[in-house]
Design a protein around this ligand. Structure first.
Ligand code: OTU
Length: 650
């Protein structure tokens, strides 16, 4: 949009740019800057307009965008332009992701590069390589405490290794996702060290307080994220003799986004990794970016403004790069990270669908889909040009963040229901085959979350111990059922490494003093590649899960109705054990897929006449595109075997 004030400021800024920037050919940069400048200026002004140095900061911001544009490799700029033309590219059903730790998966980045054919074998074409930046030797929250945002941790490899990996991935058509931990740094980061040495410029990068007055006010309303290992939200620093805000672990210092210098530094870092080959940037803990006394300091309006500004700036320099919002927050809050009142994402194009993840686990434990159906109905619609990351497990715990109203509407009492789920997944509940462990127990609120690998939570570990083939079979079916749900829902499925092989809990973390207190290490495995060879042995557990998932990926890629164009209709069925929805191909409306999953241990039936006039499903010519077989029907009653799913065409 053209607006005089911002345009004349833009002209002034362009005149004042460093000569080395002015000399370059910046054609694409200028057209994009012109298009976004009004928004960038307005947002920057809302956030930082009060400051005397506002204009200097604006110039600096434009310089950072321009310098990174100049450094952007030709191959990546070409990709930017291709993606501008095919702007819905990431909504395609062809994308299937996997998140992994490079050390657990393959030792280091070099090892990971050697294993790329594994992704092609399975059909994965997006890989989220979890934190690989320099972090402290000891506890580092799995790399989420970063001590240098521009360098690879030597244990993972070098910058050259990453560049080589990124190039090889691009050749194979695999997208690279990297983390930028926006909310905090490690206390070993240079900025923190300088702050400790008394440099006020760097003390302003963090929230630092002389005494407990403000911290105490914050504590009244701020929840604790890691109540067991890091109670409270502030840490006393001996060197400074001051309090530092540390919402996560005490060695993770929260960055102060009231300071525009912090915003510009972090934008520069996002662009740095974009220029090093990241197709997608995962923005960690975005809900926490803005703090306000008297609030939870999560999901604040300014946190959204910061993300909008990040997006607008990134679009100028590297428009092909997407953002993932990691906001594990209430369903009504999650969708806001796409940006509100828009068609295209104004903040992050992709967001973790934590709501769906937790609801699926609820359906497994209760064998009922009441809460799943209820909760999905309350999940706000996403924007047209934005999509979900659908996942079953990730490197974090499972939080039971459902809406209390939804729990009640499903006929449960919220506290009792959450207790049941925790008891179920930690194996306290008598009838449960799950082998999870509690995480983050909060004495004050009674809240607790759950750790454990997909296979161990679903019952495979217990079944193997009992050497019970029937139980093993059920566990495998449930693993495939859950996968079928994330592959067909709409959005990009994100597998968690090892789950495609049925990897069990790894208890070795208990022997490492830097990990023992954090049960999330239970499900951050080291892949045993000899054992992984069993995927080639017919009838083995590895083979049954791996081939099941592999087939799902292949089938998903063929079915355009699985692309994410708001083309899902939830079906409200009588049977409380079934979860069903219809996916429609908007280009060819006749081509619909009926997805139905049975979460119960007994066979269930669906009355096809409940579908009304949707598709031609009632004529009984149904075929399951996953297995290629026809399901069992009795007149218009469709039978779904226990813990199984169908992807049906009519
Ligand atoms: C994220 O987590 C990361 O995924 C965790 O591995 C890190 O420990 C954490 O940030 C700090 O960097 O911030 O918005 O319940 O779900 O901490 C959600 C714990 C986050 C995680 C939560 C999450």
């Amino acid at each position: 949009m053209y607006e005089q004030v911002s345009h004349s400021l833009l002209n002034e800024i362009l005149d004042e740019l460093k000569p080395e920037i002015r000399k370059q050919d910046l054609r694409h940069f200028y057209t994009r800057l012109g298009a976004n400048f009004y928004a960038i200026h307005s947002l920057f002004h809302v956030l930082y307009g009060e400051r005397d140095d506002f204009k200097e900061q604006m110039i600096h911001l434009v310089e950072v965008m321009a310098s990174q544009y100049i450094k952007r490799p030709d191959a990546l700029e070409k990709l930017d332009i291709e993606r501008e033309q095919d702007h819905n590219w990431f909504l395609s059903q062809e994308w299937v992701g996997m998140a992994l730790y490079s050390d657990g998966f393959a030792g280091n980045l070099k090892g990971l590069e050697e294993k790329l054919s594994y992704f092609n074998e399975l059909g994965i074409n997006m890989v989220h390589v979890m934190p690989i930046l320099k972090c402290p030797e000891g506890a580092s929250d799995g790399g989420y405490a970063v001590s240098d945002f521009r360098d690879i941790d030597p244990r993972a490899g070098s910058l050259d290794d990453l560049l080589s990996l990124a190039t090889s991935m691009r050749k194979r058509g695999i997208l690279l996702t990297l983390d930028v931990v926006l909310n905090h740094t490690s206390n070993e980061h240079l900025w923190a060290q300088k702050a400790r040495q008394g440099e006020t410029q760097y003390q302003d990068y963090y929230y630092i307080f002389e005494n407990r007055e403000i911290p105490d006010m914050f504590e009244e309303t701020m929840p604790e994220i890691f109540p067991q290992t890091a109670p409270g939200n502030f840490t006393w620093d001996e060197a400074m003799e001051k309090w530092v805000m540390t919402v996560f672990n005490n060695y993770q210092w929260d960055l102060n986004y009231c300071n525009p210098a912090v915003f510009i530094e972090m934008l520069d870092i996002i662009l740095f990794w974009s220029n090093h080959g990241a197709d997608i940037i995962r923005l960690d803990a975005v809900a926490f970016l803005w703090k306000k006394i008297g609030t939870t300091s999560q999901n604040q309006r300014e946190a959204h403004l910061i993300l909008q500004l990040m997006k607008d700036c990134c679009q100028v320099t590297a428009p092909g790069v997407l953002f993932i919002a990691e906001a594990i927050v209430a369903p009504v809050e999650i969708a806001k990270y796409f940006g509100e009142d828009a068609v295209i994402a104004k903040e992050c194009e992709i967001a973790y669908n934590a709501t769906y993840m937790a609801l699926l686990w609820d359906a497994v434990a209760t064998k009922s889909t009441k809460l799943l159906n209820q909760g999905i109905q309350s999940l706000p619609d996403k924007l047209d040009r934005a999509t979900w990351l659908n996942y079953i497990r990730c490197h974090d715990d499972i939080g039971l963040g459902f809406d209390d109203t939804d729990i009640r509407l499903s006929g449960y009492e919220p506290q009792a229901h959450r207790k049941f789920l925790v008891d179920y997944y930690t194996g306290v509940y008598d009838d449960s085959p799950a082998r999870g462990q509690p995480f983050g127990y909060n004495e004050k609120s009674g809240d607790v979350r759950i750790s454990g690998s997909l296979a161990s939570l679903i019952g495979l570990e217990a079944a193997l111990e009992r050497n019970d083939p029937v139980e093993i079979d059920i566990a495998i079916k449930k693993i495939l059922l859950l996968n079928s749900m994330i592959f067909s829902f709409g959005g990009m499925p994100l597998l968690y490494y090892g789950d495609e092989l049925g990897t069990l809990n790894d208890y070795s973390y208990l022997e490492d003093e830097n990990k023992a207190m954090d049960s999330r290490w239970l499900h951050r495995p080291r892949i045993d590649w000899d054992k992984a060879e069993l995927r080639f042995q017919h009838g083995s557990i590895e083979q049954r899960i791996f081939d099941g998932v592999k087939n799902m990926i292949a089938v998903r890629k063929r079915i355009s109705a699985f692309a994410d164009f708001n083309n899902r209709e939830l079906l409200h069925l009588q049977n409380p054990h079934l979860f069903a929805f219809l996916r429609t191909n908007l280009d060819r409306p006749g081509e619909s897929i009926l997805v139905v999953g049975n979460f119960d241990d007994s066979p269930q039936f669906l009355e096809l006449n409940e579908l009304g006039n949707r598709g031609n499903f009632e004529y009984g010519r149904l075929r399951d595109v996953y297995s290629g077989k026809s399901p069992n029907l009795f007149n218009d009653q469709l039978v779904i075997p226990p813990n199984q799913f169908y992807w049906l065409t009519d």
